[in-house]
Design a protein around this ligand. Structure first.
Ligand code: HEM
Length: 112
């Protein structure tokens, strides 16, 4: 039983990770109805106005980048762009805490 419960917990955290903050924290509900095109995101491509696409989500990383443990300098190149590769390539996919953090900065979904 304990093993089954642990397995379930692992499955749930994997689902949370692969969806990249598609559910959960408050910012998601605030951003639920909003969607932006890649061109709109591109208009926010400076460190002081930095939107980033991560999978199907759009995140305003302007305030966050200064407190990023990996440094602001690694977020700057993906301002206005799709940062999925940079993000997934650098973070452990089992550390769910960062996805909760990310959720706080979600402003909408990517319009395809
Ligand atoms: C070369 C690129 C990057 C490096 C070296 C890097 C490095 C790091 C490190 C060392 C941490 C702390 C440990 C951890 O949670 O894994 C971290 C956390 C985090 N990073 Fe990155 N990162 C990179 C790119 C990005 C990008 C592109 C984003 C988003 C646009 C991002 C968002 C985050 C978030 C949300 C956290 C969690 C912060 C927290 O909850 O305290 N990172 N990163």
């Amino acid at each position: 039983m304990l093993v089954a419960r642990r397995t379930l917990a692992v499955l749930i955290s994997v689902a949370a990770v692969t969806g990249i903050a598609t559910s959960g924290a408050s910012a998601t509900s605030a951003a639920a109805g909003k969607s932006y095109t890649a061109a709109q995101v591109k208009a926010h491509s400076t460190p002081s106005n930095c939107w980033v696409i991560l999978k199907n989500g759009v995140y305003n990383m302007t305030a966050f980048s200064k407190s990023h443990s990996g440094g602001a300098a690694v977020i700057e190149p993906v301002c206005g762009k799709d940062g999925t590769k940079a993000f997934l390539g650098q973070h452990s996919s089992t550390a769910t805490a960062k996805y909760a953090t990310l959720n706080q900065y979600r402003i909408g979904t990517l319009k395809k």
